[in-house]
Ligand binder design. Structure first.
Ligand SMILES: [Fe+2]
Length: 500
């Protein structure tokens, strides 16, 4: 006779939509090959798709927010038609401490912070937000800033913190943000750090060999919430948007956002390896943006250099009298609402003036990815997640994908219908690619009807046709954030630095 034990699900697991369906955590780290494939995996697709995202190993009772979970990397290695999937937690200091105690010791962003401790100092660096590839390693990052974790791209095993390298001792204590930028042509890694203490921001560059090349303060008027940065061939662009944490709420141990429509958006443009006194500030209309598509330099008809930056800021909701609806804007920012537009800024280095304008407010897209070899150089195509307009849970639905053609001002959207949840999907150049869009867009899709996760591979030149291959995974990939594509030749152990 066998006995079955009925395990009572814990109430917070039932009540919280951030822990259900495609958001529900997984508890196993697996390696899987011999995967079912619908269609055919292209043999000229070689490299690694890796995506970060929150997967709480121990859920703390109380209001769990999607952003609170421990960082888990999900990797899909493509090798001449064969595919291997693996997933592993980023073994952060905080997670190792939780494991030792068998519980989550840290408050989440919707939970009460300990008495007398600033929220930013009380939270766990989960390293759950972003992942990039530099100097032979994956680098995993957290959006609120903290230590960057190095991860082995073959095994996804955590190697250690970036600042443990004695050459990088100056990074100790800096709150390095998610969304560093890698120049795949020079192998350089550009990053920024921000926090609540003067000067509120730093900017730096790691050389292709991992050594620290540049580190300068970027003085802001006060603490801000920058999320991304941009690079061109010769410059870096840092963001100062008029969005702040309400200081009174911070003192009381909670987060509450303030948007100041009376302030300007400000952008620091600095030569890539420049000094603090070479920073030039440009201003623009008040706005808030999470993600940059790309930036580059252009020479205009008068022979002046313009730095161009394209991104997906929140659209600015207006009231009937034409004034900004700040309440609605804060609601969409605070809850990751679903109202974004494609936007362009042009910073004229000769005149110091900014020209800005809308590129597209018809499609609602975010999580832009480009061909990585065009990072900082003028690109034509951007592959964005199409944001669903109906929200079925607290978080928005990643409903499909769009390919923008910035040269023609057109876009192709692909939306397979309800029941499919997408992920940020990087562009993977085909072997011996001859054009910017000669390659594939690779991303996880949660197939709700079949209750399974899949990897969709789409030929970027035939975007509207949908995936050429759907790889069925044996374990769900919980919804997550940012990703990268690592070209196969970088993984083979050959070149770890500059690329032609
Ligand atoms: Fe982000």
């Amino acid at each position: 006779m066998t006995h079955a034990t009925l395990v009572q699900p814990q109430p917070y697991l039932i009540d919280n939509p951030n822990l259900q369906g495609g958001f529900a955590p997984v508890d196993r780290e697996i390696v899987a090959d011999r995967l079912e494939v619908i269609g055919e995996i292209p043999t000229d697709l070689n490299g690694l798709y890796v995506r970060n995202g929150p997967v709480p190993q121990h859920v703390r009772p109380g209001k769990y927010h999607w952003y609170d979970g421990d960082g888990m990397l999900h990797g899909v290695r493509f090798d001449r038609g064969r595919v291997v999937y693996r997933n592993r937690w980023v073994e952060t200091e905080g997670l190792l401490g939780d494991r030792a105690q068998g519980e989550n010791l840290w408050p989440g962003i919707k939970q009460k912070m300990p008495e007398g401790v600033l929220p930013d100092d009380a939270m766990k660096n989960t390293s759950n937000t972003d992942v990039k590839f530099h100097n032979g390693r994956l680098l995993s990052m957290w959006y609120r800033g903290g230590s960057v974790y190095q991860v082995d791209p073959e095994t996804l095993a955590t190697v250690g913190k970036l600042e443990q390298d004695p050459r990088l001792a100056a990074l100790q204590g800096l709150q390095i943000s998610a969304h560093s930028r890698v120049d795949e042509r020079t192998g350089e890694y550009m990053f920024f750090a921000y926090g609540n203490r003067h000067p509120y921001m730093h900017y730096g560059v790691l050389a292709a060999d991992g050594s620290l090349k540049t580190l300068i303060p970027v003085e802001l008027p006060g603490p801000r919430l920058p999320h991304d940065m941009a690079i061109t061939e010769h410059y870096s662009i840092l963001h100062d948007f008029p969005l702040v944490n309400n200081p009174e709420a911070l003192k009381a141990g909670r987060y509450s956002l303030d948007f100041h429509p009376e302030w300007r958006s400000r952008f620091a443009i600095v030569p890539r390896n420049g000094t603090a006194d070479q920073i030039r500030w440009f201003d623009a209309d008040p706005r808030y943006m999470l993600h940059v598509v790309n930036a580059w330099e252009e020479t205009n008809a008068r022979g002046e250099t313009e730095v161009v930056m394209v991104g997906t800021p929140y659209s600015m909701p207006k009231q009937y009298d034409g004034s900004l609806d700040v309440k609605r804007l804060l609601f969409t920012i605070g809850t990751q609402g679903t109202d974004y537009e494609l936007y362009m800024w042009r910073f004229n280095l000769a005149t110091g003036r900014t020209h800005e304008g809308l590129v597209d407010d018809i499609l609602n897209t975010e999580f832009p990815m480009i061909n990585g070899l065009y990072q900082g150089r003028k690109n034509r195509f951007s592959y964005n997640v199409l944001m669903g307009r109906t929200r079925t849970v607290e978080q928005p639905r990643f409903a499909g994908m769009a390919k923008y053609d910035l040269e023609r001002g057109s876009a192709v959207a692909f939306h397979p219908g309800e029941g499919f949840w997408f992920s940020e999907a990087p562009f993977a150049p085909a072997d011996h690619a001859k054009a910017e869009d000669d390659g594939y867009v690779v991303g996880f899709v949660w197939n709700e009807q079949e209750a399974r996760s899949e990897v969709w591979v789409t030929d970027a030149r035939h975007f509207a046709d949908g995936p050429v291959a759907r790889i069925v995974l044996p374990q769900r990939v919980p919804h997550g954030f940012h990703s990268t594509w690592v070209r196969g030749e970088l993984l083979a152990g050959g070149s770890k630095g500059a690329q032609a």
